[in-house]
Design a protein around this ligand. Structure first.
Ligand code: AMP
Length: 214
């Protein structure tokens, strides 16, 4: 099963994608996580990506497309995947289609997690990420057991630079300009499914399961 998660930054795509991956035994591929791992390891790719990410801008298509095509070659992608944060532009979606069509494959579902902008800004300012393993929390909706400390690895939790309010506003305008057109793109391909992302995490997940099948 090949699934794409659509929705604004902070709509909860990542949380839902992780649960989908666990339930349907497919890998969760987050381009944002891959970039953050590269930044942490100070790779050349990480250094290039960081300059865009810190400003809330998109990393250039060529870099992202090369990265994702390499990731698809790994053995765990044989039965599909759930993509979180890719594609984010029409050229990225076209590159994905081209690669899939070459193998007589296609995207099965594009799930749009819908959340209005005003909710997004509130949500993102409460988001905390672990400096060690990248796990994410929310001070109100999904707090860690001990304040400021990661449940998974015990490292410190921080507000990521790209979750700061000025950056969030920029990310939202980038989203509306460059990523929102993908909703129509996948709707025309008859694979678009909309879910209400303002509900609590469990309800959102159960509407996704209704779409994907038990
Ligand atoms: P995310 O964790 O998915 O919100 O991604 C964090 C940041 O990584 C984004 O704001 C972009 O700067 C960059 N990024 C992640 N995925 C992509 C993509 N598919 N295309 C361009 N930039 C991306």
């Amino acid at each position: 099963m090949k699934i794409i998660m659509l929705g604004a930054p902070g709509a909860g795509k990542g949380t839902q994608a992780k649960r989908i991956a666990a339930k349907y035994s497919i890998p969760h591929i987050s381009t944002g996580d891959i970039f953050r791992a590269n930044i942490k390891n100070n790779t050349e790719l990480g250094q290039k990506a960081k300059t865009y990410m810190d400003k809330g801008e998109l990393v250039p298509d060529e870099l992202v497309v090369d990265l994702i095509m390499d990731r698809f070659k790994e053995a765990d992608c044989a039965n599909g995947y759930v993509l979180d944060g890719f594609p984010r532009t029409i050229p990225q979606a076209e590159a994905l289609d081209k690669a899939l069509t070459a193998n007589k494959e296609a995207v099965d579902f594009a799930i749009n997690v819908e959340v209005p902008d005003e909710n997004i800004i509130n949500r993102m300012s409460g988001r905390r990420a672990c400096v060690g393993c990248g796990a994410t929390y929310h001070i109100e909706f999904n707090p860690s057991k001990s304040e400021g400390i990661c449940d998974v690895c015990g490292e410190k939790l921080i507000l990521r630079d790209d979750d700061k309010p000025e950056t969030v506003k920029n990310r939202l305008s980038v989203y509306h300009e460059q990523t929102q057109p993908l909703i129509e793109y996948y709707s025309k391909k008859n694979v678009l499914k909309e879910v209400d992302g303002t509900k609590d995490m469990e309800e959102v997940f159960s509407s996704i399961v209704d779409v994907l099948g038990k």
